[in-house]
Design a protein around this ligand. Structure first.
Ligand code: NAP
Length: 265
């Protein structure tokens, strides 16, 4: 297999810097450039903590034009991540997006673009394989337990809430669960927000604290029993096997794949 040429946007970030290591350590991957909003014209190895001798671009279109990559890995912010993904598709570069916070309308637009361009993209709100299994097991459990609430916990620098994983879990559960408003029909919140966000009647509670990375518990309740399905990511390396899988798979798809669960059997 020939090398997959990769550009990483957000390379200085917590996820991005792990992705740089992954690409450097993977034989069939080649890092050709990084995209940042600073350091135009510098080489990545001029920035503290990096060894890769590749150019830093602030203009993603110029980067695509000059380095001709196969894949963009985007690990930035919701606003810029959308722009990057769109520009990648327009340039025929396959996006692997870990950036969270895309709306349904954004996803629809990107899906249309992949169809028009005939090239694949993978957007994965969670790259941790264990988290994907947590979602799949939760979907299985929801067939037997209709009553469910989700508690997701993240570090306090996270910008979006609920997390992409929390939303995706609720979406997957909703596919098999008869819709039900969780809690008492007459319940009322003394403090607004006390019962969390509401997706198809499923409550999602978001905890934000320093010290946390990414954790989620899906709680099911039944007569005289509860079932808890929990996943914890203790560091950002936990996401990299999923990033690797996504980069390998994006070369073989010609549509938008949303969620790693769609490429894991
Ligand atoms: P982070 O540490 O804040 O990294 C974001 C990086 O993007 C920073 O280096 C930031 O630079 C850079 N950036 C900001 N604007 C940019 C622009 N216009 N062009 C290029 N780079 C830009 O955040 P993180 O924890 O790595 O997370 C990044 C994203 O991944 C978030 O959306 C997060 O929710 C998501 N995430 C996904 C997963 C998953 O499994 N899918 C797991 C964890 C996190 P400055 O620092 O200079 O602003």
């Amino acid at each position: 297999m020939s090398e997959i040429k990769i550009v990483i946007a957000g390379a200085r970030g917590r996820m991005g810097s792990e992705a740089v290591k992954l690409v450097e350590d993977t034989k069939q991957f080649q890092l050709v450039a990084v995209v940042d909003h600073k350091y135009e014209g510098m080489r990545l190895n001029q920035i503290e903590g990096f060894n890769a001798d590749v150019p830093v671009y602030t203009d993603i279109e110029k980067c695509f034009f000059e380095t001709n990559p196969d894949v963009l890995i985007d690990l930035t912010t919701p606003e810029i991540g959308k722009v990057h993904t769109k520009k990648a598709l327009l340039h025929g570069v396959r996006p692997v997006v870990g950036t969270t916070g895309f709306s349904e309308a954004d996803l629809k637009e990107l899906q249309q673009l992949t169809e028009e361009k005939g090239i694949g993209a993978i957007i994965a709100p969670n790259f941790a394989i264990g988290a994907i299994l947590m979602m799949k097991f939760s979907q299985m459990a929801a067939k037997y337990f209709q009553d469910v609430e989700i508690i997701e916990q993240h570090h306090d620098q996270k910008l979006d809430a609920p997390s992409g994983t929390g939303l995706k879990t609720a979406e997957m559960i909703s596919e098999v669960r008869e819709e039900k408003q969780q809690g008492h029909p007459n319940e009322h919140e003394i403090l607004p927000g006390a019962r969390g966000a509401n997706m198809n009647g499923i409550r999602i509670h978001s905890v934000r604290l320093p010290g946390l990375i990414a954790h989620q518990e899906v709680l099911f309740g039944g007569d005289g029993q509860t079932l808890k399905i929990r996943h914890d990511s203790y560091n950002r390396a936990s996401f990299m096997s999923g990033v690797k899988l996504a980069v390998e798979n994006v070369m073989n798809v010609d549509l938008l794949v949303y969620g790693l669960e769609n490429i894991i059997e």
